[in-house]
Design a protein around this ligand. Structure first.
Ligand code: PRP
Ligand code: URA
Length: 213
């Protein structure tokens, strides 16, 4: 459901998301369970965020007769922000098997909380029309802002951001930097703590995804 005050920020009201997010946050959930839950929530978010994609007529045959169906018209890209975005990209790719996956590497400096850009291999001009940027956490918003700025530099104009948990501070910063980019989140939490972590949040998403069981 769109945020009351901002139609560019969507937090779907869905019982499955609430159920799975509760277990995702739980400190006692294993890494394997965490990865599974992150994937399952991502699939719901992808379905929501792609509701309005353009389709073209696609005529096929059933075993009985010919029918006029629809196929997606966009060249879609899934852009995980390394590392933690990898916890969402496979699930998004399962939903959109025709999509390209383009990686962007960023980490947050632990002292300054500023994003440090370390990797991409993005083609210019772009080979996609629409980028779904995925990263579980939107905390200060610095990493997501930097990733979207870099994607725009390559000429991509249609971008959407999908994440699991945001802080209000990150949403505000991202909306100010990229007012044209719509956001889908499973939850918007209370605030950032003094170390830049989202509370109640889920801790360090990258560590929880990459840990052994
Ligand atoms: C986490 C998360 C985001 C970023 C969010 O990544 O996956 O990319 O922090 O914080 P921000 O909104 O304040 O920029 P992290 O820097 O921990 O790197 P990692 O994914 O490699 O663990
Ligand atoms: N990155 C995380 O992984 N978790 C937070 O709460 C904030 C940034």
């Amino acid at each position: 459901m769109a945020n009351d005050s901002d139609p560019m920020v969507v937090v779907p009201e869905h019982a499955l998301i609430s159920h799975k997010l509760t277990r995702l946050r739980d400190v006692n959930s294993s890494s394997m369970l965490f990865r599974n839950l992150a994937s399952e929530i991502t699939q719901v978010l992808v379905a929501e965020a792609t509701r309005d994609l353009l389709t073209v007529e696609d005529v096929r045959n059933t075993p009985l007769e010919s029918f006029s169906g629809q196929s997606l018209a966009h060249r879609i890209g899934i852009v995980p922000i390394l590392r933690a975005g990898l916890g969402m990209s496979d699930a998004a790719h399962k939903m959109l098997p025709m999509a390209r996956v383009l990686h962007v590497g960023l980490y947050r400096d632990e002292e300054t909380l500023e994003p440090v850009y370390y990797y991409d291999k993005l083609p210019t001009p772009p080979n996609i029309d629409l980028a779904l940027v995925v990263d579980p956490m939107l905390a200060t918003g610095g990493s997501a802002i930097a990733a979207v700025s870099r994607l725009k530099e390559t000429g991509i104009t249609d971008l959407r951001f999908l994440g699991l948990i945001a802080a209000p501070e990150g949403i505000a910063a991202f909306r100010a930097a990229h007012p044209d980019v719509k956001i889908w989140m499973a939850a918007i939490d209370e605030k950032l703590d003094e170390n830049g972590y989202i509370v109640p949040g889920l801790g360090d998403a990258g560590d929880r995804i990459m840990d052994s069981i």
